[in-house]
Design a protein around this ligand. Sequence first.
Ligand code: UDP
Ligand code: MG
Length: 324
Amino acid sequence: MKLISIVVPCYNEEKSIELFYSTVQPILEGIDYIDYEFIYVNDGSKDATEEKLKELSKLEMKVRYISFSRNFGKESAMLAGIEAAQGDAVILMDVDLQDPPDLLPQMIEDWFVEGFDVVYTRRSTRSGEPPIRSWFAKQFYKLINAISDVQIVDGARDYRLMDRKAVDSFLRIKERNRFAKGLFMWVGYKTKCIEFENVERAVGTSSWSFWKLVQYAIDGIVSFTISPLRWATYFGFLTASSAFLFMFYTIFKKILFGNAVSGYASIVTIILFFGGIQLIFLGIIGEYIGRIFIEVKARPNYIIKEQSSSSAKKVKGRHAVLKR
Ligand code: UDP
Ligand code: MG
């Protein structure tokens, strides 16, 4: 029988864990041609998430958990879960039930019967989200699709099923700065998209602040394209040539009309303008150098503090495992 691993990142989700399990488990139990396992990753929660997971994994044979030494972010939590997964397919799900569990039978069927290697989901609406956040999200997807090779669908969720082939390819990517949504697309394979209407969080609150999302967006762009660096070059050429034009203009003006000193205001404006532009492009270059710095240090993506004994044997590989 084929095994499906459900990978669930959790950060301060004490209220969601039981609800999630009691909703999703019966659905999986109802699909008789598969077996399943749950891998919860506690991403350094400050509440009782860890205790809840321990309890659940003691009660339920098919539940394992991994607990981080601190909060490493959702990307790292997903990575740890995917690395620990043993299934023939892996499904990523949020614990807050914003990823509708009723899509599971269809996703699994598309994989098992139709032979799709990747089945991802997309929110067709963003209802219930602050409009300003939706607007920024839209602009972000427009921008990243315009300037990078990888196409990321607007509203695509991390909620997805991946065949073992796609999982192994994903794990071969060794970069530290992981923008999973883009990496999954980059990996390729026979892919299907399922659309659904936005669902509000069951309990608790979102842990993504506006600034966290801005940083996430910058990470996404910087890790998938170097075209902002090219803009700097083009812009440099443009301003250099306009400087030449201006020089000729001044020379001819002097020859034709004699010397007339004026234009203090325009000079200050130009200085400020180019000062600003230079700082912006230095910042862009800095973003990339910063990434290089992080990649070169090659720190592990996460540190495991503790995990259920059944998963301890299984997480091997390049990441530090500190067991108590
Ligand atoms: N999450 C995580 N680490 C973090 C932030 C979030 O593992 O640092 C998990 C969280 O527990 C949830 C999922 O990622 O299962 C999505 O988070 P959230 O619902 O806060 O995001 P939103 O749905 O608002 O995008
Ligand atoms: Mg959520």
